[in-house]
Design a protein around this ligand. Structure first.
Ligand SMILES: [Zn+2]
Length: 169
């Protein structure tokens, strides 16, 4: 985020971030129970509380965040989305960060870093993690995207879901 540009609206209190991340993690758990990878994302309105959309992982090329961002861009105006927050359990990959950028969703909250995910999944064939921090992706853009994460208060809960999943037989 660039300090000399106006920030998107929305609350950034740690308690709010943790509450929203727990909602996203419930979406991730439901995705896992439905046979997908345990990733979940929600779109939160500019008021910082109202959940507008939720999306779990679909498959390897349809990640929760990019599916949600594309759908959000078809439902809402860019000016409205700029004040919204995309809340996701794990730091978005380069594809998803790029999709969020183009969808003009101004704020991101993530629970666990991509580097931490990589440490948990190892060289798992279903998750060849693209290790490029989302802040690096956003920093190449022309908009002051606001990023909060990782959030230590919920990182363990999110990590636990992945630990169980990637070690399954
Ligand atoms: Zn992704």
């Amino acid at each position: 985020m660039r300090a000399d540009s106006p920030s998107p609206a929305g609350s950034s209190s740690p308690a709010d971030a943790a509450r929203l991340l727990r909602l996203a993690n419930a979406v991730a758990r439901r995705a896992m129970e439905a046979g997908h990878h345990p990733f979940g994302a929600i779109l939160v309105a500019p008021d910082g509380h109202t959940v507008l959309m939720e999306q779990g992982n679909v498959n390897t090329v349809n990640h929760a965040e990019s599916v949600l961002a594309r759908e959000a861009a078809s439902r809402y105006e860019p000016a409205f989305l700029w004040g919204c927050t995309l809340v996701t359990t794990v730091e978005p990959c380069a594809m998803c960060a790029g999709t969020q950028y183009w969808a003009h969703i101004g704020r991101l909250v993530y629970g666990m870093s991509e580097a931490r995910l990589l440490a948990l999944t190892g060289n798992h064939s279903e998750n060849p993690t693209l290790d490029l921090p989302c802040r690096e992706v956003f920093d190449r853009g022309q908009k002051p995207m606001q990023v909060v994460g990782p959030v230590p208060e919920v990182e363990e809960e999110i990590a636990a879901l992945h630990r169980d999943f990637w070690r399954r037989p």
